[in-house]
Design a protein around this ligand. Structure first.
Ligand code: TYD
Length: 132
């Protein structure tokens, strides 16, 4: 139903530690141009509330738990991210929100484009108009 948004399982290696890895093509369907991560998020403040014109992203909740809302302009979907071996692919032109950050959550994001403020659509009505 949704354009290329999906949960992707990545390999986990249990040794004297837990090790996870993801690589382009096999697990990540774009070349990574940027990474960023969010730590010490205010548990009461949701984040996101935008779509990207070009950027595709893969989100890993490597510690803790968050609820992600995805919206393609027609349907809304809620996904819990709380497993370090799961990446959530968010396609371009998908409105996304991050809610209910659990304390000490670490969210790692891989992005297909460098940071560009012009790539953001932060107004929901503009987003809806663009996709219709
Ligand atoms: P934003 O993407 O709105 O955060 P979130 O999706 O978590 O709500 O970014 C917050 C601020 O950080 C905003 O001023 C833009 C800046 N920022 C960068 O400068 N570079 C980046 O790679 C990112 C992701 C954000």
């Amino acid at each position: 139903m949704r354009r290329n948004n999906s949960l992707i399982n990545i390999p986990e290696i249990f040794d004297d530690c837990n090790l996870y890895f993801a690589q382009t093509k096999q697990h990540i369907p774009f070349s990574i141009k940027r990474i960023y991560y969010i730590i010490q998020s205010n548990v009461k403040l949701p984040r996101g509330f935008h779509a990207h014109k070009k950027t595709k992203q893969m989100l890993f909740c490597i510690q803790g738990k968050i609820k992600i809302i995805l919206d393609d302009g027609k349907t809304r979907e809620s996904i819990i991210l709380d497993k370090p071996n799961q990446g959530l692919l968010i396609d371009k032109m998908i409105w996304h929100e991050m809610h209910e950050f659990k304390k000490n959550t670490i969210l790692l994001v891989l992005a297909s484009q460098k940071f560009n403020p012009a790539d953001y659509i932060r107004d929901y009505e503009k987003f809806k108009n663009k996709i219709s």
